[in-house]
Structures are given as C-alpha cells and as structure tokens.
Design a protein around this ligand. Structure first.
Ligand code: 2IT
Length: 449
C-alpha cells in the first residue's frame, strides 16, 4: 500500500488509541483512497491526509439542566466542525448515553465524505451529548435542549454550521433547539438547523429522506444485478425514523420489511410492516422513546423474540442494518454468509466492523457503504437549507424527485470512481474515493492550513 497512507494511519492509531471508532473510520477511508494518493503525489507534499484527519475544531461544553424533581443534572455537549472546505459545516446532533469524543469524531469524519458525495455544498460536522432521552419527560427534554443551545449558539449559523437530528434528536428536539437559538439571537435565521417542523421552515420529505434514499440506492444495486425490488423481503435493524422511511418506501415499491429489531429483541412480521397503521405505531414508539417493541407483536399478532438478534435468518433477500454503529461483527457476518442472503446495505453510520466487511465481501455478499446509502438524509437537509435561504417551499414530489436523482448520482459517481481506479464493482472504495476527491481538490486550492 501507499507508504504515506500507511504512515498517516499508523500515526492516527498511535495518537488516538483511546478513540477506537475514530481510528476505524480513518483506517477504512484512507485504505480505500490509497490508489488516489499513488496518482497524486502533490497531496502527500501538502500533507493532506494528516490535515484531513484533524478536525478544524471541536467544542466541548457543559450542559447543566434541572430535572422534574428539581435536581441539577450535568451532561457533556460536543460540536466537532470537522471539515469546512466545500461548504458550511453540516451534520447531526446525537443524544445518547454512549456519546463521547471518539463517536463524535468518527461521525464527523464520515460526514465530511458523505456530504461531499451528495454533490451539494456542505462541509462535515457532528455533535451531541451523553444525555440519554430515554424516560425523560417532555419538559426535561425542553430544558436540556435550551441549555445545550445556550452553550452552542455562538458557534453556529446558516453560513457557519448547520446542525440537524441524529439518534435521540428528532423534530421535537430541533424545535426546542431552534426556539432557544431564535430567542438568544433575536432573529429568524431558520437556516441554522434542519429537520425542523413544517410550520417554521422544515422541508417536506426530510423525515422520510434517509430511509427513502436508502431504498433508491438499493434499487440501483438491484438493477446492476439484473434484479428488481418488486417482491423483495428486507430485514431492518432498528425502528427509528430511518427504519420507518425504509419500510414506507419499500411498501410503496412492492417490497416489504419483515424483520425489525431493537435493543430488547426483534420482531418477525411475515405479512410485512407495510400498512399505515403499523407504520404509525412505530413512529409513536419512537416519539415516546419507548423500548417496548413487544407491544408491536401483541398489537399485530406476530412473533417477538426477546434478547435476540435476527442476523442469520434466511427468509429475506436483503439485510439493512439501520440502528447504530458496530451492530455486525465477525460473528454476525458468519451468520449472514451462512444464510445465503446476497445483499447487505449499511444504513446506520459504521454498523459493520472492518473484519466483518472483508468477510462478507470475500464470501460474495454485495456490501454497500452507509456513507452513500444514508446520504439522502443530509442531502435533503441541504435542500431544506436552500428552501430556507430562498424563503420558499418545494412540494413533496419535487423534493422526492431531487432525492431520487441525488441517490442515483451518488451510486453512479461511486461506481465511476471505483472503475477509474481499476477496482471493479467496489461500492465502498468508490464512495470513499468520490467523496474524497472533491474535498481534497478544494483543500488544495485554498492553501495550506
Ligand atoms: O448522519 C447523518 O447524515 C445525519 N444524522 C443527518 C445530518 C443532517 O445534517 O441532516
């Protein structure tokens, strides 16, 4: 492999050994782009990879709030503005108890290349807090969000950094965050956040966008195999708004999601999670931060498997991990290979260990990377920013059509990049290279810093 790439990976591994998620992403992306470095010695001269692995800045701040019992609670908040070479920083906020600097940095690094892939002018960022929304009242969520924004507002803005949702942050949280921003700034800069409610500048299709985009991307992969989505059965991990979007779009296109999972177990619904009633039920679980997936089985008369994971079931055509990072390690990958299922579409950010990806691919499973498959979410966030700056609203059909085109472009771009470097049908390397190229060129042209 390219010596400079090896050197930078070794450096990052040594320096950030306490940040395993971040190290894994850097190693994966930089290994993929090694052929680009061979072709561009000027990138090494500019020490581009070392610079790209260091966030432009990270804010870490105290978030203190009062719970419903009147007790003072303190959490840690983060915002990592990873790379602003191609546009204002853009990326979600994650509220979850396992959030730490490693998680925020890995997500920000991934976001940089993903945002570049969308073809829209957005840089990469991520933020969040170790605050866990599970079991919190609405009033507690509001006070937490107000405190979080009070700490963050001076560092963001429509042309600076535009946060959005991620795990634990949905339209309700974005509403409270925006309210506090507006109150502090005394203006109506609604382009400062995306994923807003429709009453103050949210975009139609944004809630569905990540899931819809994933299914559009899947359609391209199936087309490449001479196959189609009609009649396909899908196992989706997670039951958040991304999984919900996948279920909805799959149903519209004549496929169905028959498995979904949560931390307490999984559901097998052979009839398909495809009616409005079922989809609304899932949305409601999410809104309530409920972990009670079993209630779905009770209500719709299907099976709930407590404390179990579905990896290895063979009565589906496609696996789509859509819950969180590190869902599939080698043990699960072996089960997937034994199941004979041919398609593995990553949807959540970095759901698969490096060893598991290698094992799946060696055994003929078609693997698509999350930074391409889930890019429709942030892509539609960028469309929300455009609508806000023009002070107008596009119709659902218009946004959906743009999303569809964007996903096809991302797929084509990735394939083209892989082919240009003689890598064949490698959607992972292709996405990494295509995302990298634009950021690299922009940084080269902006001078050394
Ligand atoms: O991981 C992601 O791309 C997101 N959580 C969405 C980010 C955004 O700015 O819409």
């Amino acid at each position: 492999m390219n010596k400079y790439v090896e050197k930078v990976i070794a450096y990052v591994k040594e320096k950030y050994q306490d940040q395993p998620e971040f190290v894994q992403t850097v190693e994966e992306v930089y290994t993929s782009i090694a052929p680009v470095m061979d072709a561009h010695p000027e990138y090494e001269e500019a020490d581009l990879l070392m610079r790209m692995a260091e966030p432009e800045r990270i804010f870490r701040f105290r978030v203190t709030w009062m719970d419903d019992q009147g007790k003072v609670q303190t959490n840690v908040g983060y915002r990592c503005q990873f790379n602003g070479a191609i546009g204002p920083y853009k990326g979600g906020l994650r509220f979850r108890n396992n959030v730490n600097e490693s998680v925020i940095k890995f997500l920000g690094f991934e976001q940089t290349f993903k945002n570049s892939l969308t073809g829209l002018p957005i840089g990469g960022a991520k933020g969040g807090s170790d605050f866990d929304p599970a079991g919190k009242s609405d009033a507690e969520i509001m006070r937490f969000c107000q405190s979080f924004m009070t700490a963050l507002y001076r560092y963001i803005g429509p042309d600076i950094d535009v946060p959005a949702g991620d795990i634990g942050v949905g339209s309700r949280e974005i509403g409270y965050l925006f309210g506090q921003y507006r109150r502090l700034k005394g203006n109506f800069e609604n382009g400062v956040l995306t994923g807003k409610d429709l009453t103050f500048g949210g975009s139609l299709i944004r809630p569905e966008a990540t899931g819809y985009g994933a299914v559009y991307y899947l359609q391209e992969v199936l087309k490449h195999e001479g196959d189609s989505i009609e009649g396909k059965k899908i196992a989706v991990s997670g039951y958040g708004n991304v999984s919900w979007g996948i279920m909805k779009k799959a149903a519209q296109l004549g496929a169905k999601v028959t498995y979904m999972s949560g931390s307490a177990g999984y559901i097998h619904d052979e009839a398909g999670i495809d009616t409005d009633e079922k989809l609304d039920f899932i949305l409601d679980l999410r809104v309530k931060n409920s972990k009670d997936l079993k209630s779905y089985a009770d209500r719709f008369g299907c099976e709930f498997y407590p404390k179990a994971k579905f990896w290895g079931v063979d009565d589906v055509d496609i696996y789509m991990p859509a819950a969180t990072q590190n869902e599939v390690r080698i043990e699960e990958a072996e089960k997937i290979v034994r199941s004979g299922v041919k398609y593995y579409m990553e949807v959540s950010n970095m759901p698969t260990s490096s060893e598991a990806i290698a094992y799946l691919r060696e055994n003929g499973v078609i693997v698509a990377p999350s930074k391409a498959v889930n890019a429709g979410g942030v892509g539609v966030s960028a469309l929300e920013m455009s609508q806000n700056s023009e002070r107008l609203e596009w119709t659902a059909e218009e946004v959906d059509q743009r999303l569809k085109t964007m996903m096809k472009d991302i797929y084509d771009k990735s394939l083209d990049a892989a082919q240009r470097y003689g890598l064949g049908y490698d959607l992972i390397a292709g996405a990494n290279i295509a995302g990298f190229e634009k950021v690299a060129e922009a940084m080269m042209k902006q001078g050394i810093f």
